[in-house]
Ligand binder design. Sequence first.
Ligand code: FES
Length: 158
Amino acid sequence: MSKFIYTEEKEKEFQRIAKKYPKIDAMMLPALWLVQEQEGWVSPDAMIFVADKLNKTPIQVYEFATFYTMFNLKPIGTYHIELCKTLSCMLMGAPELKKFIKETIGIEPGQTSEDGRFHLSEVECQGACGGAPMIALNHTYHENLTVDKLKTIIEGCK
Ligand code: FES
C-alpha cells in the first residue's frame, strides 16, 4: 500500500488523460509525469501508487522511471535549472553559464545546493536552438542568455 496519492487536481488530470488511451497500462509516462509535477520527484512510494493504478508491478514502473532521464529519482531543489548542453547552446556560451552556476551557487550537473534551493541538470537540446544558449527554470524557458542575464534570473529566485 502506497503512502502517495494524487491530489484531487492531479487525479482529475489523470482521469482526463486516461480517456485518450485505449488501455490504462499504456499511461506510464503521463502517470509518472503527474507525480513529478506534484512532488518534484518520483519516490518509491509514488512508483507503487502508479503500479497499482496501471495494473503493473512496482519493478515495471521502476524500470520505466529509471530509463527516462527527465524523471528525478531523488528530491531536488526548489528551482530546477536545466542547462542545454547540445551544439548550438554549447557554441553560444553554455559552458560559461555552467561555470557561473558553479562559482555562484556551488553546484555541478546532478547536484542540489546545500540550502536546497537549486538543482542543476545538463540536458540535451530543448528545441530552442534559435535562442541559444538557454536554460529551462522550472520548465520556463530563458533564451539568448548571457552570464549577466543568468545572474539576474538567479537573483530573482532568492
Ligand atoms: S541546442 Fe540548446 S536548445 Fe537546441
